[in-house]
Write a protein that binds this ligand. Structure first.
Ligand code: F6R
Length: 609
């Protein structure tokens, strides 16, 4: 995945500097690799390397290259490590086209094997290289025809957009089935970008490509075709945006952007984790004598929720422990039959790495789950699965938490299927439910945010608080309290609802916030209402987060109880849905209290020692 930026000069001006600047602005989408494809004397030349566009530009001397048609890419590695071979653009066997892509191909491994069998020269482990080879066989077809689009979309599964530079016709063709793609226009240039913000200063007009559409960009401008192959009138809008927001893709803070990316990240994750590796992970889980899940912070909370998944879906009870505790108390029981599931967004957390190193010395198998496939965690693991949420620049983890939960859920489902506990049809239905949840979250996010803002207003008057829940959502209470601390410096503790009356209640009074996350188990949910009433009667500020379809919850809404409604989904996906209001609440409180949200004091993104 990554960011796409392309420019064609309407006359004969050099567009390399524009593409370099466009890619620099898209760096928040990933900068593991960067590259451009240019047309020099009618031939495609590729310049690509490891690192950000600035680093690559300096290393390869891109300022000395001149071309009026340039296709560029900045990459976040999900398929294949961040090596030069895996950098985009990719070419076909005859170098007649260059391809860049965003998102992920869910059937990449199958397509790759098929193309290799057909004799194509595939040189990387990057999923979008296969697009170049698929296009190769379609070069003489009418791109705008509905048959062509059908053929493309029947071959490729996943969540993706891509752009193809065609040497012979001196044009760029692009399509998307979800990831955003914008074209930009001025009297000098015809442009393509993953974000309209990156077009700032280069385009006066812009437009967005709808899923399933195809755009052909040439020096004469863009032509858009619908998925039925019909030419569509190009209706551009004036490009008017706040230049201050350009570097963060239109948001005031990276954290807010990253929360807004949660729905899309779920779809990216779903397409990035390849079926054959999930099956393998499922086999590791079902075949292990004993299983430990080790992680820290937010990743540990995801691991705690996963233990409910494994227990309920696969009848397996792993031990979940902080990676800081693991080497102190558990190594005696680690041996060749042990599976260690090591979770780390950064893949560089010191305690996780030293724990899995010790476990490996004792013969354990390591299943790594990380957002950075070039990390030491990925390298030390026997098998790793990508979180594939895209880069996370804010210190408080948000979209990587929800995508990590999703990966763990996928592994639990695979284990469940292998143990014969769920049928294939149920497995498929549960995967579909993830897509539906992502779509509903996208639609409801702005509304949830408006409710979180009201709740944050109330909490801002309190001195500290609890986040209370039970069962599957108890670890979410711990995570909510952690987010409040990091993003808003608000002191909060996560409390298991069953423990509420065993001590924690003593602090609840006026000026104290009690945030209840409604449990998803019926019995626990019923047992929570009396606790809400107890807290309310003390005069404390009460916030309740629950499903939008919970009628009883709506009846609670009154002056002293503020409700935040989360998207209704199936029970095991509820921690993903309910995480969003908690993350927004922490963000909005941080904003209200004027905290340095993206860079909280004393904290770093990866605790390497
Ligand atoms: C919380 C947060 C930290 C990290 C923890 C582990 O928002 O960012 O608690 O979750 O330091 O980091 P990784 O997952 O990179 O191992």
């Amino acid at each position: 995945m990554g960011g796409i930026f392309a420019a064609i000069s309407k006359r004969s001006e050099n567009t390399v500097p524009i593409v370099i600047e466009g890619l620099r602005r898209l760096k928040y989408r990933g900068a593991d690799n960067s590259g451009i494809a240019v047309l020099l004397d009618g031939r495609i030349e590729i310049f690509k390397e490891v690192g950000s566009i600035e680093a690559v530009s300096a290393k390869l001397g891109l300022e000395n290259i001149s071309s009026r048609i340039v296709l560029g890419h900045t990459r976040f590695a999900t398929h294949g490590r961040p090596t030069v071979e895996n950098a985009h653009p990719h070419t076909d066997c005859g170098r007649r086209i260059a391809v860049v892509g965003d998102g992920a191909l869910a059937n990449y491994e199958d397509l790759r094997d098929k193309l290799l069998m057909e004799g194509h020269k595939i040189t990387s482990r990057s999923d979008f290289e296969v697009v170049a080879h698929i296009f190769e066989s379609l070069l003489n077809k009418e791109y705008q025809s509905s048959e062509f689009l059908k053929e493309i979309y029947s071959k490729m599964e996943g969540y993706f957009s891509f752009a193809v530079l065609e040497a012979e016709k001196q044009r760029i063709i692009a399509t998307t089935n979800g990831p955003k793609l914008f074209y930009g226009l001025s009297d000098k240039y015809v442009l393509l970008s993953s974000s309209q913000y990156a077009l700032h200063g280069f385009a006066d007009q812009y437009g967005e490509l709808s899923p399933g559409e195809l755009i052909i960009l040439s020096k004469d401008g863009p032509t858009i075709y619908t998925s039925e192959g019909l030419a569509k009138q190009v209706q551009s809008l004036p490009l008017q945006l706040d230049p201050i927001l350009v570097e963060k893709g239109g948001y005031k803070h990276h954290m807010l952007r990253e929360i807004n990316e949660v729905p899309e990240a779920l779809l990216r994750t779903l397409s990035s984790v390849q079926k054959r590796y999930l099956n393998l992970a499922g086999r590791l889980v079902t075949g292990a004598d004993n299983i430990y899940i080790i992680a820290n912070g937010t990743s540990l909370h995801a691991g705690m929720i996963a233990s409910y998944y494994f227990s309920e879906l696969a009848g397996i009870s792993p031990i979940v422990t902080s990676a800081a505790e693991f080497p102190l108390y558990y190594l005696e029981n680690v041996g060749p039959g042990t599976l260690v599931i090591a979770i780390s967004q950064s893949g560089e957390t010191g305690d996780v790495l030293s724990s899995l190193y010790e476990a490996k010395l004792r013969g354990a198998t390591i299943l790594g789950i990380t957002n950075y496939v070039g990390s030491r965690l990925a390298r030390l693991s026997n098998l790793y699965l990508p979180i594939a949420a895209g880069p996370e620049l804010a210190v408080p983890a948000t979209k990587t938490f929800t995508s990590t939960l999703q990966v763990l859920y996928l592994v639990a489902l695979s284990s469940s299927r292998q143990k014969g506990k769920i049928e294939e049809s149920e497995h498929k239905a549960r995967l579909e439910a993830i897509k539906k949840l992502a779509q509903s979250l996208d639609e409801r996010l702005a509304f949830i945010d408006s409710e979180a803002m009201k709740a944050a207003e109330k909490i801002s008057l309190c001195r500290s608080g609890y986040v209370v829940s039970r069962g599957l959502t108890y670890p979410l209470a711990l995570e909510g309290a952690l987010k409040l601390k990091e993003a808003s410096y608000f002191h909060a503790e996560g409390v298991e609802a069953g423990e509420f009356k065993h001590g924690p209640f003593v602090l609840v009074e006026q000026g104290f916030a009690t945030i209840f996350i409604m449990p998803v188990e019926k019995v626990s949910s019923e047992a929570t209402y009396p606790l809400i009433e107890m807290a309310r009667q003390t005069g404390a500020t009460v916030i309740v987060i629950g499903s939008e379809n919970n009628q009883k919850l709506l009846e609670l809404s009154q002056d002293d109880v503020t409700i935040i409604r989360a998207v209704e989904t199936e029970r095991h996906l509820a921690p993903i849905s309910l995480a969003l209001p908690l993350q927004l609440l922490a963000y909005r409180l941080g904003e209200k209290l004027n905290r340095p949200i993206d860079t909280p004091r004393h904290l770093v993104k990866a605790v390497t020692q």
